[in-house]
Design a protein around this ligand. Structure first.
Ligand SMILES: NC(=O)c1ccc[n+]([C@@H]2O[C@H](COP(=O)([O-])OP(=O)(O)OC[C@H]3O[C@@H](n4cnc5c(N)ncnc54)[C@H](O)[C@@H]3O)[C@@H](O)[C@H]2O)c1
Length: 308
């Protein structure tokens, strides 16, 4: 069945996601503030809408793929998409945003007589292009069931996580595990180096022992042991450090709001924020091993009396 989709936000992720919907036979009306994003999407069959509201007014489903919660809330807001859409339109927000913002977006959609789903993704630009994203969804189960045929075009897996905001909650909890574990793996490699243990020897042991995790065996932060990991291509992303910093910042907001004692999650947010603003701005998040190595060398030199 052909669905008319308004797709707002045609950037690195939204552009290829919208193109996959077109390829599957859906009518997609796209909007973005950036002309080049619109032009790229139009070349793949996305129809240019005059405005986001114009697209929403004739859509069965409105998908948003935007940078942050403030963009979603302001587009939903007074005189925005919710007001323009026909009653009962399904709103699917695939952006990664604050859990509180996501719940506010759901509440606004419901107050305007619409149905809504938060459905953030993992899988990155490669997954968006290949249609192999994983969606984690929150909202009414009926809304999830209705969105599923579209999610299955853009992704390979969609997990229903629970009520409004549950998809965002799953995303930031998963990425908090990932951020903390990447730092732990990186610290272990730098410690091994200082103890004269080779990267390969640590990998061979830890990957077959209880230190095993995705950060080690798939996205290994040192070159060599896992040929496909970003470390082997000068840390070209992959999953860029600024995106990890963003997700850990959202996790830290939720940690503080909930009064959760998550010392490592908060510390990981600080370390990634610093790395993303400095040497990691254009690097994969596993490049944090270099920052740890550099800081370790400075400490060791200082202890030996050298000028830092
Ligand atoms: N890039 C990734 O690898 C990745 C992976 C998982 C999740 N995400 C999440 O997906 C979302 C999008 O990421 P991205 O990498 O595509 O970002 P992006 O910056 O490439 O794309 C966002 C697009 O939204 C557009 N936009 C902003 N405000 C708008 C408005 N008012 N109306 C219309 N368009 C507007 C921007 O012009 C931009 O083209 C983010 O929330 C990000 O955290 C990204």
């Amino acid at each position: 069945m052909t669905t008319t989709v308004a797709f707002i936000g045609l950037g690195h992720m939204g552009g290829p996601m919208a193109a996959n919907l077109v390829r599957a036979g859906h009518r997609v009306l796209g909007h973005d503030l950036v002309e080049s994003a619109l032009a790229d999407a139009a070349a793949k069959g996305v129809e240019r809408a005059g405005s986001a509201a114009e697209a929403a007014a004739i859509a069965d489903v409105v998908v948003t793929m935007l940078p942050a919660g403030r963009h979603v809330l302001s587009l939903y807001g007074p005189e925005g998409l919710l007001a323009a859409a026909r009653p009962g339109t399904l709103f699917v927000d695939c952006s990664t945003i604050d859990v509180a913002d996501s719940r506010a977006a759901h509440a606004a959609a419901s107050a305007a007589g619409h149905r809504s789903l938060d459905a953030p993704v993992s899988g990155g630009v490669v997954g968006a292009e290949a249609g192999t994203l994983t969606f984690m969804a929150g909202g009414e189960q009926a809304a999830f069931a209705e969105a599923e045929p579209l999610l299955s075009v853009m992704g390979k897996k969609a997990v229903y996580c629970g009520a409004a905001g549950a998809g965002q909650a799953a995303k930031i909890c998963n990425n908090m595990i990932l951020g903390v574990s990447m730092i732990a793996v990186s610290e272990a490699f730098v410690l091994a180096e200082s103890l004269g243990l080779s990267d390969q020897a640590l990998f061979d042991v830890a990957s077959a022992a209880s230190g095993q995790c995705w950060a080690l065996t798939v996205n290994c932060p040192v070159p060599g042991p896992v040929p496909g990991s970003p470390a082997n291509r000068d840390y070209r992303p992959g999953f860029a450090a600024p995106l990890m910093a963003k997700d850990l910042g959202l996790a830290a907001n939720a940690v503080r709001a909930g009064g959760v004692d998550a010392e490592l999650g908060l510390r990981a947010a600080e370390l990634y924020a610093r790395f993303a603003e400095g040497g990691g701005a254009e690097k994969d998040f596993s490049g944090i091993v270099r920052a740890i190595r550099a800081a370790s060398a400075t400490t060791a030199d200082t202890e030996k009396g050298a000028t830092p």
